[in-house]
Design a protein around this ligand. Structure first.
Ligand code: ADP
Ligand code: GN1
Ligand code: MG
Length: 374
């Protein structure tokens, strides 16, 4: 695929910004899409900003289906937010259609692009700098799940098949090990053993779903802290972004992915592993906030599996980083050599930290059960 910059000016022509475009720069720290911030200059006021994204062709094979999901979900959210007295123009993403109709633009090189207004007066954090901030993100993701409670799940396309199918992620890792196309397996023996020792764990959430112990819901599936925009003045979680993976899924995975990214004090690619550990206090803070935001909609079965959601999302993410390292970094953007292996190592360190503190994590979620056992 060509570099996004190669067709950027063609793409800018394809949308009606209303005012002259004065520039576009790469923006944000997402690992998947090519994101640009576009500035326009109205005559009578200061600049306006937009988020222009080329959707990742490696991740999303059907941009038409992806955008059908996103327009459906954003329009549904706007109606729900309005009903609740909120401001849909700030609390939900809005798709701006290209001049030639449809919900996205395909450039001359085949790249698929979409445009959103920039949600101003918000901050996007890369780490949970305070417990309050982490709690605010938890309330926002819990609320997001509740807002989508009545969304017609059967109309959603599966934008990435088997996205949180941990058994399938494990199978893909094994295939990458067998192929060893970059000759990197020799550097990853410890990480491979770590996964193989937890092979059975990979089935825990899926088995609970198969057994009817937890329900399938409409979920976000990528609940990193940097996928929620926080209101700059109130500090509240204002707008959930990165809706590419909104699909039928498990509530415990939405909970777990936030814990994976936010309940520790180091970057996802930190090389000094002594700095990486699960902070159980932050786990407790997030549990309370997420369940508040979800307003009692989680069942006891889901509540008691929240620690498993955290462990499995972290293990699975480590498996995905390791697989991508072994196949030569085809999926996650990297900015340095072997960054995906570094990312994998932080995830496994977090998993080990969760295992060490397992009883404490279970004790944190237990009081939220609706039917307590005495
Ligand atoms: P990726 O899938 O690559 O993570 P995202 O949709 O999360 O892409 O966008 C990347 C970053 O761009 C976000 O983390 C955030 O900083 C910023 N961003 C995305 N959409 C908006 C928006 N509408 N307003 C303000 N910032 C945004
Ligand atoms: C990706 O898109 P972004 O950067 O928010 C990935 C997530 C991973 C995450 C790891 C569509 O999230 O699944 O957990 O990187 N998104 C997709 O940081 O694969
Ligand atoms: Mg993102």
């Amino acid at each position: 695929m060509k570099k996004a910059e190669d067709t950027l000016w063609e793409v800018l022509e394809a949308f009606a910004f209303g005012d002259p475009v004065v520039g576009a720069v790469r923006y944000g720290q997402g690992h998947i899409n090519d994101t640009f911030c576009v500035h326009t200059q109205p005559e009578d006021r200061c600049c306006r900003r937009f988020i222009l994204q080329r959707m990742s062709a490696a991740a999303f094979k059907r941009p038409d289906q992806l955008m059908e999901n996103i327009t459906g979900v954003t329009e549904f959210l706007a109606r729900e937010i309005k009903k609740n007295g909120g401001d849909p123009s700030r609390e939900a993403l809005q798709v701006i259609r290209p001049k030639n109709g449809g919900s996205y633009y395909t450039d001359s090189a085949g790249g698929a692009w979409r445009l959103y207004p920039y949600v101003e007066d918000t901050v996007c954090y890369q780490s949970a700098q305070t417990a309050e901030l982490f709690a605010a993100s938890g309330r926002a993701f819990g609320r997001f799940q509740r807002l989508l409670k009545d969304y017609p799940a059967e109309t959603l396309h599966e934008t990435i098949p088997h996205f949180h199918d941990t058994e399938d992620r494990l199978a893909k890792l094994k295939a990458a090990i067998a192929e060893d196309k970059m000759g990197r397996v020799k550097d990853c023996q410890e990480e491979i053993s770590f996964v193989l020792a937890r092979e059975k764990d990979c089935s825990v959430a899926l088995q609970a779903l198969r057994d009817g112990k937890i329900p399938l819901r409409v979920t976000h599936n990528d609940t990193k802290l940097n996928n929620v925009l926080m209101d700059k003045d109130t500090g509240n979680g204002l707008c959930i972004i990165d809706l590419d993976t909104v699909m039928p899924g498990l509530s415990i995975n939405d909970f777990g992915d936030s814990i994976r990214f936010g309940a520790n004090h180091s970057a996802e690619d930190e090389r000094d592993l002594s700095k990486v550990n699960l902070d159980a206090d932050l786990f407790a803070v997030y549990t309370k906030a997420f369940l508040e935001g979800a307003e009692g909609s989680l069942t006891d079965g889901e509540i008691m599996l929240l620690p498993w959601g955290a462990k499995l999302m972290t293990l699975e993410c480590g498996i995905r980083f390791l697989t991508d390292d072994l196949v030569g970094d085809e999926y996650f953007h990297i900015s340095r050599e072997r960054q995906n292996l570094d990312r994998c190592r932080t995830q496994f360190k977090l998993v080990a930290g969760m295992e060490e503190q397992w009883e404490r994590l279970m004790a944190i979620v237990e009081p939220y059960r609706h039917e307590r056992t005495v």
